[in-house]
Ligand binder design. Structure first.
Ligand SMILES: [Zn+2]
Length: 436
């Protein structure tokens, strides 16, 4: 009877049952994470959302009259966050690490790559539910097209997943322990008990170059080269490839092993920050980081990683997740893809869609929720149109929401953020800054 009357009282206060349950959870976490909450006293009271537009940052472009895509895009919602919040520049790629999305996103979540990064493939393994044992080393196994000893295509003509599965089936008997897993399109996974220290090159870094100079080298490289060689005759005579050649498509005539590592050892996000969180992304890499960080990884139907992704579904999933979590990491891939394609107008459009269909509705949803909230808006790294790949430049960021004192910055872009009140910071500090 007592609890019913308490619920009634809360209803009367317009709080509702979700708020009641959240309050109970928040209260229990305050007790469980007493030390953390001494450092971050606001942790149990806030809803925290990271809005991450992959590769959004760029350099000034002549085609945009000297503006960057962020400066050229119409993005009233991001600009409003910058105006009401506090901005700065974040270094998301530490010295000595390549500017990959894996390293950059680990940093944004507060994990030091030097301590917690063990390679790209183990993160992707987690995303597709492949558990790695202690001695296991996960490799990315690309289908590629090699012609005349030249790396013609790191994606084997973006081979379909169905075709890929048939080829993986045919290659399986060649692999020790038969632990070859078909992924999406050309991206597969191989688990071995060796090869952690071999030097392997990403195939997208050697387009149109002779492969002989970039084969695996160092410890266990004979094993890796042996597997790559053994696959070639099986792939050459496979009907899937004969059909592809017949249709004028690039055959998957080789496999390429790279990105390897053992399972990373990471404290969970809740151990680190005392926060219960969720990850929303179309990309396996991000889902994998989410799994190792102990976040709830939410699959949104129609999330594609392209400009046609299901924005509304992702926003909906974010707002739903915030009813049971304190923290959501919402990742949108499209601006990065446009950067890799070197397509200026597509990148501007991707930024505008992120603003209109993600940033705007999420902030609106937060305002309606009657919870206190803070948002961290940023890219993980720049993907400048001029180089069609990631760069190490520090990225603009804004933190806005309850209790954040605004600075003078009025626009969300690379130049404006230089004047931001936070100055230049290391990205691993950002989640902590959101909580202070
Ligand atoms: Zn990225």
């Amino acid at each position: 009877m007592k609890s019913i009357s308490l619920l009634k009282a809360l209803e009367w206060l317009h709080l509702g049952q979700d708020a009641f349950i959240n309050a109970i959870f928040a209260a229990s976490r305050v007790i469980q994470t007493k030390t953390i909450n001494t450092i971050f006293p606001m942790v149990a009271l806030m809803k925290l959302v990271v809005l991450l537009g992959d590769g959004m940052a760029d350099l000034p472009l002549a085609a945009l009259q000297g503006k960057t895509p962020l400066q050229a895009a119409k993005k009233p919602n991001m600009d409003l966050l910058a105006k009401q919040g506090k901005s700065g520049l974040a270094q998301t790629v530490p010295e000595g690490f390549p500017p990959g999305s894996d390293v950059a996103n680990l940093c944004v979540m507060g994990y030091l790559p030097a301590r917690h990064y063990s390679g790209r493939a183990p993160l992707e393994a987690a995303a597709i539910g492949v558990l790695l044992g202690e001695a296991d080393i996960a490799f990315r196994c690309n289908f590629v097209t090699i012609e005349g000893g030249i790396m013609k295509d790191y994606s084997a003509g973006h081979i379909t997943s169905e075709e890929g599965r048939e080829l993986i089936e045919a290659l399986q008997p060649l692999m020790p322990e038969r632990r070859l897993y078909a992924g999406v399109s050309y991206r597969n996974l191989l688990v071995l008990k060796a090869g952690a220290k071999a030097l392997c090159t990403p195939p997208h870094d050697i387009s149109d170059q002779p492969v002989a100079e970039h084969l695996p080298s160092g410890p266990d490289s004979e094993l890796l080269i042996g597997l790559m060689e053994a696959a070639r005759p099986v792939l050459a005579r496979h009907p899937v490839n004969k059909r592809r050649i017949g249709a004028g498509k690039r055959p998957a005539n080789a496999i390429w092993l790279w990105g390897q590592g053992p399972a990373p050892v990471m404290p969970s996000f809740s151990e680190k920050y005392g926060l219960k969180g969720a990850m929303i992304s179309a990309v396996d890499l991000l889902k994998g980081i989410g799994r190792y960080a102990g976040l709830e990884v939410i699959d949104v139907p129609g999330a594609t990683g392209t400009i046609d992704t299901n924005y509304e579904g992702k926003v909906q999933a974010t707002l739903e997740a915030l009813k049971r979590c304190d923290f959501v990491y919402l990742h949108i891939e499209a601006p990065d893809e446009a950067g890799h394609e070197g397509n200026t107008l597509l990148k501007v459009r991707a930024v505008e869609l992120f603003d209109e269909r993600v940033v705007g509705p999420v902030v609106e949803g937060l305002k309606k929720s009657r919870e206190d909230w803070r948002v961290l808006l940023l890219p993980d790294h720049a993907t400048p149109i001029s180089i069609k790949t990631h760069s190490r430049d520090p990225v603009p960021f804004t933190i806005a929401g309850k209790g954040i004192e605004p600075d003078e910055v009025e626009s969300f872009d690379e130049a404006a953020a230089q004047q931001g009140g936070y100055g230049q910071v290391e990205a691993t500090k950002l989640v902590g800054m959101m909580m202070k």
